[in-house]
Design a protein around this ligand. Structure first.
Ligand SMILES: Nc1ncnc2c1ncn2[C@@H]1O[C@H](COP(=O)(O)OP(=O)(O)OP(=O)(O)O)[C@@H](O)[C@H]1O
Length: 437
Protein backbone atom coordinates (compact mmCIF):
# COMPACT_ATOMS: atom_id res chain seq x y z
CA UNK A 1 0.00 0.00 0.00
CA UNK A 2 2.79 2.39 1.02
CA UNK A 3 4.70 1.62 -2.15
CA UNK A 4 1.60 2.25 -4.17
CA UNK A 5 1.01 5.63 -2.51
CA UNK A 6 4.66 6.57 -2.99
CA UNK A 7 4.53 5.71 -6.67
CA UNK A 8 1.32 7.74 -7.12
CA UNK A 9 2.81 10.74 -5.28
CA UNK A 10 6.00 10.48 -7.32
CA UNK A 11 3.91 10.58 -10.44
CA UNK A 12 1.73 13.48 -9.28
CA UNK A 13 4.19 15.82 -7.49
CA UNK A 14 7.01 17.33 -9.55
CA UNK A 15 10.58 16.60 -8.40
CA UNK A 16 11.27 20.26 -7.43
CA UNK A 17 8.21 20.40 -5.22
CA UNK A 18 9.25 17.11 -3.60
CA UNK A 19 12.69 18.48 -2.83
CA UNK A 20 11.16 21.62 -1.33
CA UNK A 21 8.77 19.66 0.88
CA UNK A 22 11.46 17.27 2.07
CA UNK A 23 13.90 20.12 2.88
CA UNK A 24 11.19 21.92 4.88
CA UNK A 25 10.32 18.70 6.64
CA UNK A 26 13.97 18.07 7.61
CA UNK A 27 14.37 21.67 8.73
CA UNK A 28 11.35 21.38 11.00
CA UNK A 29 12.45 18.00 12.34
CA UNK A 30 16.00 19.18 13.04
CA UNK A 31 14.73 22.32 14.78
CA UNK A 32 12.39 20.27 16.99
CA UNK A 33 15.01 17.67 17.78
CA UNK A 34 18.06 19.91 18.00
CA UNK A 35 19.29 20.92 21.42
CA UNK A 36 20.78 24.17 20.11
CA UNK A 37 19.40 27.68 20.25
CA UNK A 38 20.40 30.65 18.10
CA UNK A 39 20.32 34.35 18.90
CA UNK A 40 20.53 36.80 16.01
CA UNK A 41 21.80 40.31 16.71
CA UNK A 42 21.39 42.68 13.78
CA UNK A 43 23.17 45.98 13.31
CA UNK A 44 19.94 47.96 13.54
CA UNK A 45 17.06 47.49 15.91
CA UNK A 46 13.68 49.05 15.25
CA UNK A 47 15.08 51.57 12.78
CA UNK A 48 17.96 52.80 14.97
CA UNK A 49 21.45 51.54 15.75
CA UNK A 50 21.44 48.36 17.83
CA UNK A 51 23.43 48.94 21.00
CA UNK A 52 23.60 45.17 21.67
CA UNK A 53 25.37 44.75 18.33
CA UNK A 54 27.83 47.50 19.26
CA UNK A 55 28.49 45.89 22.64
CA UNK A 56 29.15 42.48 21.03
CA UNK A 57 31.41 44.13 18.45
CA UNK A 58 33.52 45.63 21.25
CA UNK A 59 33.43 42.47 23.39
CA UNK A 60 34.24 39.71 20.90
CA UNK A 61 37.82 40.76 20.04
CA UNK A 62 38.61 40.11 23.74
CA UNK A 63 37.52 36.48 23.25
CA UNK A 64 39.86 35.68 20.38
CA UNK A 65 41.54 32.41 21.34
CA UNK A 66 43.38 29.37 20.01
CA UNK A 67 40.22 28.03 18.34
CA UNK A 68 39.73 31.21 16.27
CA UNK A 69 40.56 30.33 12.67
CA UNK A 70 40.80 33.75 11.02
CA UNK A 71 41.29 37.37 12.07
CA UNK A 72 41.16 40.86 10.65
CA UNK A 73 44.31 42.74 11.56
CA UNK A 74 45.53 46.22 10.87
CA UNK A 75 46.89 49.43 12.26
CA UNK A 76 46.39 53.12 11.71
CA UNK A 77 49.61 54.14 13.44
CA UNK A 78 53.14 54.15 12.05
CA UNK A 79 54.26 50.55 12.35
CA UNK A 80 56.11 49.79 15.53
CA UNK A 81 58.08 46.53 15.44
CA UNK A 82 57.47 46.05 19.16
CA UNK A 83 53.67 46.27 19.16
CA UNK A 84 51.52 43.83 17.19
CA UNK A 85 48.75 45.11 14.91
CA UNK A 86 45.20 45.50 16.22
CA UNK A 87 42.74 42.59 15.83
CA UNK A 88 39.14 42.46 14.77
CA UNK A 89 36.57 39.85 13.79
CA UNK A 90 36.16 39.05 10.08
CA UNK A 91 32.90 37.94 8.51
CA UNK A 92 32.22 34.18 8.93
CA UNK A 93 34.91 33.75 11.57
CA UNK A 94 33.82 31.57 14.49
CA UNK A 95 34.62 32.72 18.04
CA UNK A 96 34.17 30.37 20.96
CA UNK A 97 33.40 31.80 24.38
CA UNK A 98 32.96 30.04 27.72
CA UNK A 99 30.89 31.74 30.41
CA UNK A 100 29.78 30.22 33.72
CA UNK A 101 30.10 26.71 32.30
CA UNK A 102 28.18 27.56 29.11
CA UNK A 103 29.69 26.92 25.68
CA UNK A 104 28.90 29.80 23.29
CA UNK A 105 29.66 30.04 19.58
CA UNK A 106 29.67 33.37 17.78
CA UNK A 107 29.82 34.15 14.07
CA UNK A 108 29.66 37.48 12.27
CA UNK A 109 27.62 37.25 9.09
CA UNK A 110 27.00 39.65 6.28
CA UNK A 111 24.34 39.62 3.59
CA UNK A 112 23.61 42.00 0.79
CA UNK A 113 20.53 43.99 1.61
CA UNK A 114 17.72 44.51 -0.87
CA UNK A 115 17.22 48.02 0.52
CA UNK A 116 19.09 50.96 -0.83
CA UNK A 117 20.36 51.64 2.67
CA UNK A 118 22.31 50.02 4.17
CA UNK A 119 23.66 48.01 1.28
CA UNK A 120 25.29 45.41 3.48
CA UNK A 121 23.47 43.94 6.45
CA UNK A 122 25.68 42.54 9.20
CA UNK A 123 24.53 40.45 12.09
CA UNK A 124 25.98 38.26 14.82
CA UNK A 125 24.81 34.68 15.35
CA UNK A 126 25.17 33.25 18.80
CA UNK A 127 24.57 29.52 19.31
CA UNK A 128 24.16 27.94 22.69
CA UNK A 129 22.36 24.98 24.28
CA UNK A 130 18.61 25.43 24.35
CA UNK A 131 18.70 24.77 28.07
CA UNK A 132 21.02 27.79 28.53
CA UNK A 133 18.80 30.26 26.72
CA UNK A 134 17.52 32.04 29.84
CA UNK A 135 20.94 32.21 31.48
CA UNK A 136 22.38 33.74 28.32
CA UNK A 137 19.69 36.43 28.41
CA UNK A 138 19.93 37.11 32.12
CA UNK A 139 23.66 36.79 32.82
CA UNK A 140 25.70 36.56 29.64
CA UNK A 141 24.33 39.58 27.76
CA UNK A 142 24.59 41.88 30.84
CA UNK A 143 28.18 40.63 31.20
CA UNK A 144 28.87 41.59 27.56
CA UNK A 145 27.32 45.04 28.06
CA UNK A 146 29.40 45.70 31.19
CA UNK A 147 32.63 44.54 29.53
CA UNK A 148 31.93 46.54 26.36
CA UNK A 149 31.19 49.64 28.39
CA UNK A 150 34.51 49.52 30.17
CA UNK A 151 36.31 48.82 26.86
CA UNK A 152 34.60 51.74 25.14
CA UNK A 153 35.32 54.05 28.09
CA UNK A 154 39.01 53.25 27.85
CA UNK A 155 39.28 53.04 24.06
CA UNK A 156 42.48 54.56 22.81
CA UNK A 157 41.16 55.52 19.38
CA UNK A 158 38.23 57.74 18.58
CA UNK A 159 36.52 58.03 15.23
CA UNK A 160 35.21 60.95 13.32
CA UNK A 161 32.37 60.20 10.91
CA UNK A 162 31.28 62.12 7.86
CA UNK A 163 28.11 61.36 5.97
CA UNK A 164 28.54 60.15 2.41
CA UNK A 165 25.46 61.03 0.40
CA UNK A 166 26.42 58.68 -2.43
CA UNK A 167 26.47 55.53 -0.32
CA UNK A 168 23.98 56.91 2.25
CA UNK A 169 26.31 55.88 5.02
CA UNK A 170 28.51 57.41 7.68
CA UNK A 171 32.15 56.90 6.83
CA UNK A 172 34.68 56.85 9.61
CA UNK A 173 38.28 57.91 10.00
CA UNK A 174 40.46 57.71 13.06
CA UNK A 175 40.21 60.90 15.09
CA UNK A 176 43.52 61.96 16.59
CA UNK A 177 43.32 65.61 17.53
CA UNK A 178 45.83 66.77 20.11
CA UNK A 179 43.56 69.47 21.60
CA UNK A 180 42.62 68.93 25.24
CA UNK A 181 41.22 71.22 27.92
CA UNK A 182 44.79 71.47 29.16
CA UNK A 183 46.03 72.95 25.86
CA UNK A 184 43.04 75.24 25.20
CA UNK A 185 43.62 78.94 25.60
CA UNK A 186 40.46 80.29 27.17
CA UNK A 187 39.36 81.88 30.42
CA UNK A 188 40.07 79.35 33.21
CA UNK A 189 36.61 79.84 34.80
CA UNK A 190 34.84 79.21 31.49
CA UNK A 191 36.96 76.13 30.86
CA UNK A 192 36.24 74.84 34.37
CA UNK A 193 32.51 75.43 34.00
CA UNK A 194 32.39 73.50 30.70
CA UNK A 195 34.26 70.56 32.22
CA UNK A 196 31.91 70.53 35.21
CA UNK A 197 28.90 70.69 32.92
CA UNK A 198 30.19 67.69 30.93
CA UNK A 199 30.96 65.74 34.10
CA UNK A 200 27.50 66.33 35.45
CA UNK A 201 25.91 65.44 32.09
CA UNK A 202 27.52 62.00 31.82
CA UNK A 203 26.64 61.00 35.37
CA UNK A 204 23.03 62.20 35.43
CA UNK A 205 21.18 59.57 33.42
CA UNK A 206 18.64 59.12 36.22
CA UNK A 207 18.13 62.85 36.54
CA UNK A 208 17.25 63.19 32.84
CA UNK A 209 14.85 60.25 33.10
CA UNK A 210 13.32 61.67 36.28
CA UNK A 211 12.54 65.05 34.73
CA UNK A 212 11.29 63.47 31.49
CA UNK A 213 14.00 64.83 29.21
CA UNK A 214 16.07 63.08 26.58
CA UNK A 215 19.63 62.45 27.80
CA UNK A 216 21.16 65.03 25.50
CA UNK A 217 23.06 68.26 25.88
CA UNK A 218 23.25 71.01 23.29
CA UNK A 219 26.20 73.39 22.99
CA UNK A 220 26.36 76.47 20.82
CA UNK A 221 29.93 77.66 20.28
CA UNK A 222 30.12 81.09 18.72
CA UNK A 223 32.80 83.65 18.06
CA UNK A 224 35.12 84.94 15.34
CA UNK A 225 37.12 82.53 13.15
CA UNK A 226 40.29 81.19 14.74
CA UNK A 227 39.19 81.49 18.35
CA UNK A 228 39.21 77.76 19.04
CA UNK A 229 35.66 76.51 18.44
CA UNK A 230 36.84 73.40 16.56
CA UNK A 231 39.63 72.92 19.10
CA UNK A 232 37.04 72.97 21.89
CA UNK A 233 34.99 70.29 20.10
CA UNK A 234 38.12 68.14 19.87
CA UNK A 235 38.89 68.77 23.54
CA UNK A 236 35.34 67.70 24.50
CA UNK A 237 35.63 64.51 22.40
CA UNK A 238 39.00 63.67 23.95
CA UNK A 239 37.72 64.44 27.45
CA UNK A 240 34.59 62.29 27.20
CA UNK A 241 36.13 59.72 24.81
CA UNK A 242 33.16 60.21 22.45
CA UNK A 243 33.23 59.72 18.68
CA UNK A 244 32.28 62.70 16.54
CA UNK A 245 29.64 62.69 13.80
CA UNK A 246 30.46 65.70 11.67
CA UNK A 247 27.32 66.54 9.73
CA UNK A 248 27.15 68.88 6.76
CA UNK A 249 23.48 69.78 6.77
CA UNK A 250 23.63 70.04 2.97
CA UNK A 251 24.27 66.30 2.72
CA UNK A 252 20.69 65.59 3.84
CA UNK A 253 18.19 65.91 1.02
CA UNK A 254 15.12 66.37 3.19
CA UNK A 255 13.94 66.21 6.78
CA UNK A 256 13.19 62.52 6.49
CA UNK A 257 16.70 61.98 5.12
CA UNK A 258 18.03 63.91 8.11
CA UNK A 259 16.06 61.71 10.52
CA UNK A 260 17.55 58.67 8.85
CA UNK A 261 21.07 60.10 9.09
CA UNK A 262 20.67 61.08 12.71
CA UNK A 263 19.19 57.78 13.81
CA UNK A 264 22.21 56.00 12.31
CA UNK A 265 24.52 57.63 14.84
CA UNK A 266 25.46 55.78 17.98
CA UNK A 267 25.05 56.65 21.64
CA UNK A 268 27.90 58.28 23.59
CA UNK A 269 28.77 60.50 20.68
CA UNK A 270 28.99 64.11 19.60
CA UNK A 271 26.89 65.36 16.72
CA UNK A 272 28.72 68.34 15.27
CA UNK A 273 27.15 70.83 12.90
CA UNK A 274 29.78 73.42 12.04
CA UNK A 275 29.07 76.88 10.67
CA UNK A 276 25.34 76.49 11.13
CA UNK A 277 24.88 80.07 9.89
CA UNK A 278 26.00 78.89 6.44
CA UNK A 279 23.16 76.35 6.19
CA UNK A 280 20.69 78.94 5.02
CA UNK A 281 17.45 77.01 5.35
CA UNK A 282 18.30 75.90 8.82
CA UNK A 283 19.90 78.93 10.30
CA UNK A 284 17.83 81.85 9.21
CA UNK A 285 14.54 83.25 10.19
CA UNK A 286 11.84 81.06 8.70
CA UNK A 287 9.60 83.91 7.64
CA UNK A 288 12.51 85.48 5.73
CA UNK A 289 13.29 82.18 4.06
CA UNK A 290 9.68 81.82 2.99
CA UNK A 291 9.73 85.30 1.47
CA UNK A 292 13.05 84.57 -0.24
CA UNK A 293 11.69 81.33 -1.64
CA UNK A 294 8.58 83.03 -2.95
CA UNK A 295 10.78 85.61 -4.68
CA UNK A 296 12.99 82.84 -6.09
CA UNK A 297 10.01 80.90 -7.34
CA UNK A 298 8.60 83.98 -9.08
CA UNK A 299 11.82 84.41 -10.96
CA UNK A 300 12.89 80.84 -11.63
CA UNK A 301 10.04 78.41 -11.12
CA UNK A 302 12.13 75.35 -11.96
CA UNK A 303 14.98 75.98 -9.55
CA UNK A 304 16.05 73.11 -7.35
CA UNK A 305 15.05 74.99 -4.22
CA UNK A 306 11.43 75.04 -5.34
CA UNK A 307 11.28 71.27 -5.76
CA UNK A 308 13.86 70.12 -3.21
CA UNK A 309 12.71 70.94 0.30
CA UNK A 310 16.16 70.34 1.84
CA UNK A 311 16.55 70.24 5.59
CA UNK A 312 14.44 72.74 7.43
CA UNK A 313 14.96 74.29 10.80
CA UNK A 314 11.89 72.56 12.18
CA UNK A 315 13.31 69.22 10.99
CA UNK A 316 16.45 69.85 12.96
CA UNK A 317 14.63 71.20 16.00
CA UNK A 318 12.47 68.12 16.01
CA UNK A 319 15.58 66.05 16.61
CA UNK A 320 16.87 68.48 19.23
CA UNK A 321 13.85 68.67 21.44
CA UNK A 322 10.84 67.35 19.55
CA UNK A 323 9.50 63.81 19.45
CA UNK A 324 12.62 62.55 17.70
CA UNK A 325 14.85 63.82 20.50
CA UNK A 326 14.14 60.63 22.42
CA UNK A 327 16.13 58.65 19.84
CA UNK A 328 19.44 57.75 21.37
CA UNK A 329 21.04 58.46 24.70
CA UNK A 330 24.09 60.28 25.97
CA UNK A 331 24.44 62.58 23.00
CA UNK A 332 26.17 65.92 22.86
CA UNK A 333 25.00 68.15 20.02
CA UNK A 334 27.32 70.99 19.11
CA UNK A 335 26.61 73.84 16.72
CA UNK A 336 29.33 76.28 15.83
CA UNK A 337 28.90 79.65 14.20
CA UNK A 338 30.84 82.81 13.51
CA UNK A 339 27.60 84.80 13.38
CA UNK A 340 25.24 84.08 16.23
CA UNK A 341 23.15 87.11 15.25
CA UNK A 342 22.26 85.41 11.92
CA UNK A 343 20.64 82.42 13.58
CA UNK A 344 16.91 81.92 13.80
CA UNK A 345 15.75 82.93 17.31
CA UNK A 346 14.01 79.54 17.53
CA UNK A 347 17.43 77.91 17.64
CA UNK A 348 18.56 80.20 20.43
CA UNK A 349 15.44 79.91 22.56
CA UNK A 350 16.26 78.88 26.16
CA UNK A 351 16.23 75.11 26.47
CA UNK A 352 17.17 74.46 22.84
CA UNK A 353 20.93 74.75 23.11
CA UNK A 354 21.64 74.28 26.79
CA UNK A 355 25.03 75.97 26.89
CA UNK A 356 26.13 79.00 24.85
CA UNK A 357 29.90 79.44 24.83
CA UNK A 358 31.49 82.57 23.45
CA UNK A 359 34.99 81.93 22.12
CA UNK A 360 36.58 85.34 22.05
CA UNK A 361 39.82 87.06 21.16
CA UNK A 362 43.01 86.22 22.99
CA UNK A 363 43.13 87.43 26.60
CA UNK A 364 46.15 87.66 28.90
CA UNK A 365 45.29 84.26 30.39
CA UNK A 366 44.89 82.82 26.88
CA UNK A 367 48.25 84.18 25.82
CA UNK A 368 49.98 82.69 28.87
CA UNK A 369 48.50 79.30 28.06
CA UNK A 370 49.66 79.50 24.44
CA UNK A 371 53.14 80.63 25.52
CA UNK A 372 53.32 77.61 27.83
CA UNK A 373 52.11 75.29 25.02
CA UNK A 374 54.30 76.63 22.23
CA UNK A 375 57.40 77.95 24.03
CA UNK A 376 57.31 75.92 27.22
CA UNK A 377 57.61 79.03 29.41
CA UNK A 378 55.34 80.16 32.24
CA UNK A 379 56.76 83.65 32.70
CA UNK A 380 59.02 86.14 30.95
CA UNK A 381 59.91 89.82 31.47
CA UNK A 382 58.14 90.74 28.18
CA UNK A 383 54.78 89.26 29.28
CA UNK A 384 53.76 92.54 30.95
CA UNK A 385 54.25 94.50 27.66
CA UNK A 386 52.36 91.85 25.69
CA UNK A 387 49.47 91.77 28.16
CA UNK A 388 49.29 95.54 28.03
CA UNK A 389 49.10 95.49 24.24
CA UNK A 390 46.47 92.71 24.25
CA UNK A 391 44.10 95.04 26.15
CA UNK A 392 43.90 97.30 23.09
CA UNK A 393 44.48 94.89 20.21
CA UNK A 394 42.07 92.20 19.11
CA UNK A 395 44.00 89.14 18.04
CA UNK A 396 42.70 85.60 17.76
CA UNK A 397 44.37 82.66 19.53
CA UNK A 398 45.03 81.22 16.04
CA UNK A 399 47.02 84.35 15.12
CA UNK A 400 48.92 84.20 18.42
CA UNK A 401 49.67 80.51 17.86
CA UNK A 402 50.98 81.29 14.38
CA UNK A 403 53.32 83.94 15.79
CA UNK A 404 54.57 81.73 18.60
CA UNK A 405 55.41 78.93 16.18
CA UNK A 406 57.92 81.01 14.29
CA UNK A 407 60.93 79.69 16.19
CA UNK A 408 61.97 77.64 19.22
CA UNK A 409 63.79 80.60 20.70
CA UNK A 410 61.43 82.30 23.22
CA UNK A 411 63.31 85.61 23.34
CA UNK A 412 63.22 86.12 19.55
CA UNK A 413 59.62 84.91 19.24
CA UNK A 414 58.33 87.20 21.98
CA UNK A 415 60.10 90.27 20.58
CA UNK A 416 58.71 89.59 17.12
CA UNK A 417 55.25 89.05 18.69
CA UNK A 418 55.49 92.45 20.41
CA UNK A 419 56.30 94.05 17.05
CA UNK A 420 53.32 92.26 15.50
CA UNK A 421 50.98 93.57 18.22
CA UNK A 422 52.38 97.10 17.93
CA UNK A 423 51.81 97.04 14.19
CA UNK A 424 48.22 95.97 14.72
CA UNK A 425 47.71 98.66 17.34
CA UNK A 426 49.09 101.33 14.97
CA UNK A 427 46.71 100.16 12.24
CA UNK A 428 43.76 100.44 14.63
CA UNK A 429 44.84 103.92 15.72
CA UNK A 430 45.22 105.00 12.08
CA UNK A 431 41.72 103.76 11.24
CA UNK A 432 40.25 105.46 14.34
CA UNK A 433 41.99 108.71 13.33
CA UNK A 434 40.54 108.47 9.78
CA UNK A 435 37.04 107.88 11.13
CA UNK A 436 37.26 110.91 13.47
CA UNK A 437 38.47 113.23 10.70
N1 LIG B 1 41.48 78.89 22.16
C1 LIG B 1 42.51 78.26 21.56
N2 LIG B 1 43.38 77.52 22.27
C2 LIG B 1 44.41 76.90 21.68
N3 LIG B 1 44.65 76.96 20.36
C3 LIG B 1 43.81 77.67 19.60
C4 LIG B 1 42.70 78.34 20.16
N4 LIG B 1 42.05 78.97 19.17
C5 LIG B 1 42.69 78.69 18.04
N5 LIG B 1 43.75 77.92 18.29
C6 LIG B 1 44.72 77.45 17.28
O1 LIG B 1 44.28 77.94 16.02
C7 LIG B 1 43.93 76.90 15.12
C8 LIG B 1 42.56 77.19 14.51
O2 LIG B 1 41.59 77.19 15.54
P1 LIG B 1 40.14 76.55 15.40
O3 LIG B 1 40.01 75.87 14.08
O4 LIG B 1 39.85 75.75 16.62
O5 LIG B 1 39.28 77.88 15.39
P2 LIG B 1 37.75 78.05 15.01
O6 LIG B 1 37.19 79.06 15.97
O7 LIG B 1 37.07 76.75 14.96
O8 LIG B 1 37.84 78.67 13.57
P3 LIG B 1 36.70 78.66 12.42
O9 LIG B 1 35.54 79.45 12.95
O10 LIG B 1 37.39 79.31 11.27
O11 LIG B 1 36.36 77.23 12.17
C9 LIG B 1 43.89 75.63 15.97
O12 LIG B 1 44.43 74.54 15.27
C10 LIG B 1 44.75 75.96 17.16
O13 LIG B 1 46.08 75.61 16.87
Amino acid sequence: MAMLIRTILNEMIPQQMQNFISSKFFDLASRCLSSDFTFIIEERWQAVNNETFRAVEAYLPTRIGPSTDSLLIGSHEPLNPRSPPKQSIPVDCKIIDEFQGMHLEWTLRSIESKNYFPREKRYFRLSCKKSNRDRVMQSYFPHITRTAESILNKRDTLNIYTYDQESSMWESTVFKHPATFETLAMEPELKQSIMEDLDSFVTRKDFFEGVGRAWKRGYLLYGPPGTGKSSLVAAIANYLRYNIYDLQVQSARSDSDLRHILTSTTNRSILLIEDIDCSTKVAHDRTKIQDDQEDDNDQQPNRLSSTDPGVTLSGLLNFLDGLWSSCGDERIIIFTTNHKEKLDPALLRPGRMDVHVYMGYCSAAGFRKLAANYLGIKDHYSFATIENLLENVTVTPAEVAQQLMKSDEPEAVLQSFIQFLQMKRNEIQKQDGKQES
